[in-house]
Design a binder for this molecule. Structure first.
Ligand code: ASP
Length: 309
């Protein structure tokens, strides 16, 4: 099943700029950035590449864009630094790679992919991840590279306080968010990737759902591939990505039923806002969210679609 069908979905974070504050120009910028990432991932699939490579490529494009909270556009932590989390999972082998609280890597998802392929471990953190990365010659950027003015302004508002802020925190009327991609390749294999700068003003080495397998990211050929975005503390308690897979595997729900049940009922009941992108082995895609919007896009042989609200 799934052979020769290929499809990809991406997100640039749940909780968007409020519709009332979105300008035509900004909307065009977001749409263009999403389309570039979508096309980068789809090209890999179209040429017969793996879903793992496709999700990495799509996420790389989003990480390189200052509009999204990942890679270059990562938010500032309480110390004025950028600590990034990322994870990637192969639905065929159930192998996974993840990194947390890493700094200066241009593309944390590429590092996570290296962990998947070249390490016996799943999750590497901080300095250790840096040391692991040495032989791979990955691109390292200066702190200045990650300085994006609107992120700095976001941080200045709450710097020195005890509050931390989700990129799409209600008080801030939503800015941008974590990024992710899920894909089905021509070989019938699923993969999921998620990358984030986390929360503005986060401290004490706070890590969210994004690098945690089953929580913010999950892929299993038996069921689906999922990438989450939203309030990490709730997505963690809801074990949201795996929850969707379980609802399909144990309860026999369809992809769309499972994703909606998890996001619109269970996550909301816990008090969490956010959304997911999910794909199954037939190439069905579901992208529910329980907040104002979610930057998202999907592409298959039938065409592509990019949406915000
Ligand atoms: N889930 C991410 C985190 O809590 C944030 C986001 O999706 O915007 O780190």
């Amino acid at each position: 099943m799934g052979k020769d069908i290929h499809a990809i979905a991406i997100h640039g974070g749940a909780g968007t700029i409020l519709r009332s504050k979105m300008t035509e120009e900004k909307e065009r910028d977001y749409r263009e950035a999403l389309e570039t990432a979508l096309d980068a991932g789809y090209l890999v699939l179209d040429q017969g590449g793996t879903s793992l490579d496709a999700v990495e490529k799509a996420v790389n494009a989003l990480e390189n864009c200052p509009l999204f909270n990942a890679g270059k556009g990562s938010v500032f932590n309480a110390k004025g630094q950028h600590e990034m989390d990322a994870s990637i999972m192969d639905g065929h082998t159930l192998h996974a790679g993840a990194v947390a609280a890493v700094r200066n890597f241009k593309n944390p998802i590429t590092l996570a992919h290296k962990v998947l392929v070249h390490s016996d471990h799943v999750l590497l953190v901080g300095e250790g991840a840096m040391e692991f990365a040495k032989p791979f010659d990955l691109e390292i950027e200066t702190d200045e590279y990650f300085h994006v003015d609107h992120r700095y302004a976001q941080w200045q508002k709450i710097k020195g306080s005890d509050s931390f802020q989700l990129d799409h925190a209600k008080e801030d009327k939503k800015y941008l968010g974590t990024v992710g991609a899920v894909a089905l390749d021509k070989h019938g294999n699923l993969a999921a990737a998620t990358s984030t700068g986390g929360m503005t003003n986060k401290k004490f080495g706070r890590i969210g759902d994004s690098p945690l397998i089953g929580l913010g990211n999950y892929a299993n050929n038996k069921t689906c591939a999922v990438s989450c975005t939203g309030s990490g503390e709730y997505l963690m308690r809801g074990v949201t990505a795996y929850d969707i897979s379980c609802l399909m595997e144990y309860k026999g729900l369809s992809l769309d039923e499972a994703a909606k049940e998890s996001v619109m009922n269970r996550l909301l009941a816990l008090g969490g806002d956010g959304g997911v992108i999910a794909i199954d082995v037939k190439g069905n895609i579901s992208m529910p969210f329980n907040c104002e919007g979610m930057y998202r896009g999907m592409r298959n042989s039938g065409g592509k679609e990019i949406s915000i609200y």
